[in-house]
Design a binder for this molecule. Structure first.
Ligand code: ADP
Ligand code: MG
Length: 238
């Protein structure tokens, strides 16, 4: 398997409802690292990652290593190695935990799917215990684990999580954060959107700050932590 060192986004432009919401931003997400994308409500974080994942149309380019993801469907982007965990930890309530995870496994042999499933259970053993349970009976935190397991089962090279902790209890957020650290340590490049900037900056190596569809900071998370004015400015600008 060839090593893909980064996802690079160049001159990304996104329009929603006829209005430009992302104004030509460029950045990269490194393999094996956690990069956090911060910004106030409405700054354009979800639009950015939905465009990267092929869910929203875009201008500009997204490259996965040397492959330009031009004209790729969301499914083929996932297959190429970029998995999005969308905001809202939605699951298929009528299916069991295991079936929720399996529907997200890429096609392949039954053995490969089983292996992907076991990999997801290694990261979230609490899901293995509930594999036969209906997903509708899960807590919000457990649903987020299922949503993340759906990404892990596809063995992605890069994983985007939109709003890791939204609406979840602090104890479970710690578990989810742990899973992202494990993912990064295994070589996966993580792009994390998280409402609690302190939590995000503690986890992240790199940080991006989005303000009204433009990047106002790109650099090391420790640098941003030492410059709180940048964050305050971006959050007040909404
Ligand atoms: N479905 C939509 N139709 C039209 N405009 C939208 C839609 N969703 C979001 N927007 C607008 O796009 C901008 C960016 O939103 P979004 O990407 O959701 O920001 P964030 O994720 O940072 O909160 C906002 O101005 C928002 O009002
Ligand atoms: Mg959002």
């Amino acid at each position: 398997m060839n090593v893909i060192s980064e996802v690079s986004v160049e001159n990304l432009v996104v329009e929603r409802g006829g209005k430009r919401v992302i104004h030509g931003i460029s950045f990269s997400v490194a393999a094996g690292k956690i990069t956090t994308l911060l910004g106030a409500n409405g700054a354009g974080k979800s639009s950015t990652v939905m465009a990267m994942a092929g869910v929203l149309p875009r201008g500009g380019s997204v490259r996965l290593g040397s492959v330009t993801l031009e004209g790729f469907s969301p499914d083929s982007i996932r297959r190429a190695g970029l998995a999005l965990v969308p905001e809202g930890h939605r699951v298929l309530g009528q299916l069991s935990v295991e079936d929720n995870i399996l529907v997200a496994a890429l096609e392949g042999s039954a053995a490969a799917r089983r292996q992907g499933l076991e990999h997801a259970y290694e990261i979230f053993p609490e899901l293995a215990e509930r594999r036969r349970q209906s997903a509708s009976d899960l807590s919000g935190g457990q649903k987020q684990m299922v949503a993340m397991a759906q990404a892990f089962v596809a063995k992605p090279r890069f994983m985007i999580v939109d709003e890791l902790s939204l609406g979840l209890a602090p104890a479970v957020v710690k578990r989810l954060a742990e899973a992202l650290k494990i993912a990064a340590a295994s070589g996966i490049g993580v792009l994390l959107i998280e409402q609690f900037a302190n939590l995000a900056l503690d986890l992240a190596d790199q940080a991006l700050v989005l303000e009204r569809g433009c990047l106002v900071f790109t650099g090391a998370a420790v640098t941003l932590r030492a410059q709180p004015d940048i964050l305050h400015g971006a959050y007040l600008a909404s």
